[in-house]
Design a protein around this ligand. Structure first.
Ligand SMILES: [Zn+2]
Length: 252
């Protein structure tokens, strides 16, 4: 097999990893959108670096847009196969993809108003809400720890990765040229002991491991210390300085 990286390598968004088997099958791990890369962002999302119609299988780790956000574009440009993910990932991805399409349609409409006045060529969204809906037919739900023989060469098992609801490590057992090998793709990895999410499940040893490493070079303070910090900040802000408490929520 050959593995190539088309995003989330040397950067943290645009997760897309292509596994090409010796028999020609092409497995795509995630199909994420690049986000927050400044002026380069639209251009980065324009080209996959591979032909969508040649992809044979898609496996999705979780529903964050930087992991699933280009699925409608993939389908629009010729992907005709299935997209395997946990039921919760599928539920959340449907909401986020429709929302992402809506935002793009609004952004383009706003920009085109001015471009039209200036006689410039009009922009098109990466995909529309209609394109997003067409993607939904390709989803296949797979529960955690319920192995699925995807085809004669590929067996899939998903392990809870504790990052957001439905997030999974994609564990593949692949047979090529009569030899079996294993590959795991973590997507984003959650923390142990989170109050509302399960801790990441361990999975069997693999021959190839593709793993998130965003915080690989630092230690997080222990979870228990956050409650104390929060209390201290609230006390300082609201009691001592008589200020207001605003808690931003990092949504999906
Ligand atoms: Zn994520």
């Amino acid at each position: 097999m050959k593995i190539s990286f088309h995003g989330a390598a040397r950067t943290v968004t645009g997760s897309k990893h292509l596994v090409t088997l010796n028999n020609g099958k092409k497995l795509l791990l995630d199909c994420g959108m690049f986000q927050g890369m400044g002026k380069e962002t639209p251009e980065l999302n324009q080209h996959f670096g591979f032909n969508p119609s040649e992809i044979t299988h898609v496996f999705l780790s979780h529903a964050h847009v930087d992991h699933c956000g280009l699925l409608p574009k993939l389908v629009k440009e010729g992907y005709n196969g299935k997209i395997y993910a946990t039921p919760a990932t599928i539920d959340v991805a449907k909401i986020l993809l429709l929302d992402s399409a809506y935002i793009q349609e609004q952004d383009v409409a706003f920009l085109n108003k001015k471009r039209k006045e200036e006689g410039r060529t009009l922009l098109k969204p990466l995909y529309t809400q209609e394109d997003a809906e067409k993607t939904f037919d390709h989803f296949v739900p797979v529960h955690y720890r319920q192995a699925l023989q995807v085809d004669k060469d590929i067996r899939l098992e998903l392990f809870d990765c504790g990052h957001i609801i439905g997030s999974a490590t994609v564990y593949l057992t692949i047979t090529e040229d009569g030899k079996t090998s294993t590959l795991a793709f973590s997507g984003d990895v959650g923390r142990y002991g989170d109050p509302i999410l399960h801790s990441p499940q361990t999975f069997p040893q693999v021959d190839y491991l593709i793993i998130e490493s965003t915080y690989g070079d630092r230690l997080h303070p222990p979870l228990e210390s956050y409650a104390g910090d929060l209390e201290k900040n609230i006390h300082e802000t609201c009691i001592e300085k008589k200020g207001k408490l605003i808690i931003p929520a990092f949504s999906v």
